[in-house]
Design a protein around this ligand. Structure first.
Ligand code: SF4
Length: 329
């Protein structure tokens, strides 16, 4: 929380009390929004935290699929999203009707498979899937929950899918989708930075393509990155290949380190334009006006079943992996 609040932040805290709201914010939100949140987290943490909220209103500072997930897991709560247009390039890459046609084609060809969808997908795609994963539980689901002998149709992130295929050795059919932020990190700039900072530690999100991951000292989702950085006591330089706002949280948690963002080939800011649609003013306005609100959609019933068994049920025994094995979160 900032020592001196600006007017908009003060209004938000006042509204929070008046309407009975809990603010959940993703690590990819601007620092000024994260600073006001009751809980910050990645998709998995926020989905789980959303089920523990006891206030009548959830203000979800993230993108649409995340707010929909919070609503599905909390049908009785009002879920507000500051900007309903906050989408995701991965969601756009996998329309439900196209997925249904591909599933039908595979079945007609006699393929035995289960569909595993990354949480960055529409509710209709979740409803067509056997499992929903985040980078935090994906390895467990792929290794342990999809029955042996079944192929995996993994949608929509081809880079996360390839990373999981390499990690687990499972047969996977990959959908051709990618995150517009993690897709464009420049390997040329990363190698230049590594030459300039030879002792630096490179951390990368598994949504990055393989040409970035193969130069990373650690690959993992946002929660795993936070934990990994926390294992370094001495001041260390980290080269960070994920959405740039993540560095705000790392700086807050571990200020003794230096964080340098790996630039993208076409955009050096590495900020997600969808996440950036949410501003402090829009957070205030949605709380004041009670909208935009996520309303229950027919596909939420089936999607909720898949989400609940995938994310909320206790995990089955996990095949042990080496201590220093990179894993997503
Ligand atoms: S950072 Fe990528 S995956 Fe995350 S919301 Fe933005 S476009 Fe989607």
């Amino acid at each position: 929380m900032p020592a001196v609040l600006d007017d908009v932040s003060a209004e938000i805290l006042d509204l929070k009390k008046r309407i009975g709201a809990t603010i959940l914010a993703h690590y990819y939100q601007d620092g000024e929004i994260q600073a006001l949140a009751d809980v910050t987290g990645d998709s998995l943490k926020l989905a789980r935290e959303a089920t523990k909220v006891d206030s009548p209103v959830i203000v979800f500072c993230g993108v649409l699929f995340m707010a929909e997930t919070a609503k599905m897991l909390n049908p009785k709560k009002r879920v507000l999203l500051p900007d309903l247009q906050a989408g995701c390039s991965l969601v756009d890459a996998c329309p439900a009707d196209k997925l249904a046609r591909e599933q039908e084609r595979l079945r007609a060809n006699g393929r035995q498979f289960q569909t595993v969808c990354y949480i960055n997908s529409s509710a209709k795609v979740k409803a067509l899937s056997d499992w929903v994963v985040t980078s935090g539980n994906a390895e467990d689901v792929v290794r342990n929950r999809v029955p042996a002998g079944q192929e995996i149709l993994f949608v929509p992130d081809k880079h996360l899918g390839a990373y999981l295929r390499d990690l687990t050795g499972r047969d996977m059919i990959l959908w051709d989708g990618s995150c517009m932020v993690h897709e464009i990190f420049s390997v040329t700039d990363l190698l230049k930075m590594k030459r300039e900072h030879p002792r630096a530690v490179t951390i990368a999100h598994p949504e990055c393509p393989r040409n970035i991951l193969e130069h990373a000292d650690f690959a993992g989702g946002t929660e795993a990155m936070r934990k990994h950085v926390g294992t370094y006591r001495e001041p260390t330089t980290f080269l960070v290949a994920t959405e740039a706002n993540m560095m705000w949280d790392l700086q807050r948690l571990h200020p003794q380190h230096t964080y340098l963002g790996v630039p993208g080939v076409s955009c050096a800011c590495n900020k997600c334009p969808h996440m950036a649609r949410n501003t402090l003013e829009k957070v205030r306005d949605c709380m004041r006006d009670g909208r935009p609100e996520i309303l229950w959609q027919p596909e939420f019933d089936k999607a909720k079943e898949v989400l609940t068994r995938s994310l909320l049920n206790p995990p089955v025994a996990v095949t042990p992996v080496a201590e220093d094995h990179p894993h997503g979160d």
